[in-house]
Ligand binder design. Structure first.
Ligand SMILES: Cc1cc2nc3c(=O)[nH]c(=O)nc-3n(C[C@H](O)[C@H](O)[C@H](O)COP(=O)(O)OP(=O)(O)OC[C@H]3O[C@@H](n4cnc5c(N)ncnc54)[C@H](O)[C@@H]3O)c2cc1C
Length: 414
């Protein structure tokens, strides 16, 4: 715990934000200049230590920084939009396990969005059971040579760096033979190919690694410690995917806007619905709005309770609730639209996720419904979240794990 953690309260934190804005204002300078200044002032992620973009405060205090910036600026930068994986998962993993020179090199550029990051964990036969993965890293002098195939790698096509999990010792049980690497995505032998989702977008990719050379100092933690490092990434991922804790910015905002436009008092009127049907729909909208606000408050409470450092299994609560709630909200969105929901935009184009055309609220609602199907899969499925909550929070008996002590190379594979 740093001294600043004991002494900085809300008023002083707000003063520090105003000092930042006096030096670099987001309405006046470009994104990289502003975000670099925010990092240097320790206001990037206040729960990180001083000198690394933070002040050693509790994670919940970041909302004070965001609030003070929003009070004084029209230009607001969202971490999720700038570098979701880098900021949500890469930064805490680098902070916890990387060598000092990598922390200094990588952390500011993650925050400014100069370096986009991706996560190369999942493989065709290792998703929920990611510890069973087969990508091999073999020592060659001081370096490592990596061969294998990764899949579902979000934004790998735009990324400069990847968090790569690979097997360095097949003779050990599956969790013990893994190592965690920082991979420069421009390395020769990295082949990124698009995968199209149900929405028609290719947000994610399969990534082939063909004799990719990685310098030895790019192992995070130590050789064989990959699973422990991966847990840090995954726990942070669940908090990041658990959604916003800002009241009024909950999941249901889009639904409420849709109701205003498509509901009985909107420009399209009741669309042939009876008064009773409208009452049922209104009731459903209000119920989901309340659930969404409750999720925001739960997230706020979790963040306030968390001390500086990496989150534990509590992030799985928000991840599970967010995924299931967003599905219900987007389903109701389609009910509001009525039969037009059956027609999907302009001919189901295959394109990259970032090439979104301008869409109407109706078109967005259809897209959101399809995209929400992935919420209960990405970052760990809802079934796996329930397992984590059962075992690690409720203390229920664990699942049978028959391959836990078997050398990975001896585990039967289909
Ligand atoms: C939009 C999206 C983005 C993604 N981005 C990334 C990324 O950037 N990087 C990355 O590495 N991966 C990424 N993934 C992959 C994601 O992490 C995996 O899809 C997920 O972990 C599930 O693995 P799987 O697809 O192999 O399914 P499987 O593990 O094969 O699961 C199949 C089914 O079995 C169930 N199941 C499996 N094990 C259990 C169990 N023990 N108990 C109960 N039920 C179980 C699952 O819940 C699921 O319903 C992404 C996925 C999506 C959809």
């Amino acid at each position: 715990m740093s001294d600043s953690k004991r002494t900085i309260g809300e008023a002083e934190l707000r003063d520090r934000v105003r000092a930042l804005l006096a030096q670099a204002h987001p309405d006046a300078v470009d994104r990289v200049t502003f975000r670099r200044a925010q990092y240097d002032h320790g206001l990037a992620w206040v729960h990180f230590p001083e000198g690394y973009g933070g002040l050693g405060l509790s994670p919940g205090m970041q909302s004070i920084v965001d609030d003070e910036i929003a009070l004084h600026a029209r230009t607001i930068y969202w971490n999720l939009a700038i570098n979701a994986i880098g900021i949500g998962m890469g930064a805490p993993t680098v902070m916890t396990y990387a060598a000092e020179h990598y922390k200094q090199q990588l952390l500011p550029r993650i925050f400014t969005g100069e370096d986009i990051w991706c996560q190369l964990f999942s493989e065709p036969s290792a998703g929920s059971d990611v510890a069973g993965l087969a990508t091999r890293a073999v020592r060659d002098g001081d370096d490592w040579i990596v061969n294998g195939q990764k899949v579902w790698a979000s934004i790998a096509h735009k990324s400069s760096w990847a968090m790569l999990l690979a097997r360095t010792d097949p003779n050990k049980p599956k969790h013990d033979g893994l190592s965690y690497f920082l991979l420069d995505m421009k390395s020769p032998g990295v082949d990124v190919r698009p995968l199209y989702q149900i929405t028609g977008d290719a947000e994610f990719n399969e990534v082939f690694l063909n004799d990719v050379r990685i310098p030895g100092d790019r192992i995070l933690g130590k050789e064989g410690m990959g699973w422990r490092v991966a847990i840090t990434t995954l726990m942070n991922e669940r908090v990041a995917l658990g959604g916003s804790s800002r009241p009024g910015h909950g999941l249901s905002e889009k639904l409420l806007n849709l109701w205003r436009e498509e509901g009985p008092s909107g420009p399209r009127g009741a669309d042939g619905r009876s008064a009773a049907e409208i009452a049922v729909l209104r009731d459903a909208v209000v119920r989901l709005h309340i659930e969404s606000e409750l999720l925001g408050i739960t997230n706020q409470r979790t963040k306030s309770a968390m001390r500086a450092g990496n989150p534990g299994p509590e992030g799985s609560v928000a991840k599970l609730v967010q995924a299931e709630l967003n599905k219900k909200i987007t389903e109701l969105g389609l009910e509001l639209i009525g039969s037009d929901a059956l027609v999907y935009e302009t001919g189901y184009p295959l394109r990259r996720g970032e090439d979104f055309p301008a869409r109407t609220r109706r078109e967005n609602a259809k897209h959101d419904f399809l995209r929400a199907r992935a919420n209960s899969i990405e970052g760990g499925t809802s079934e796996v979240m329930r397992n984590i909550l059962a075992e690690r929070m409720l203390g229920l008996p664990g699942e049978p794990r028959v391959d836990k002590d078997v050398a990975w190379k001896d585990i039967p594979r289909g």
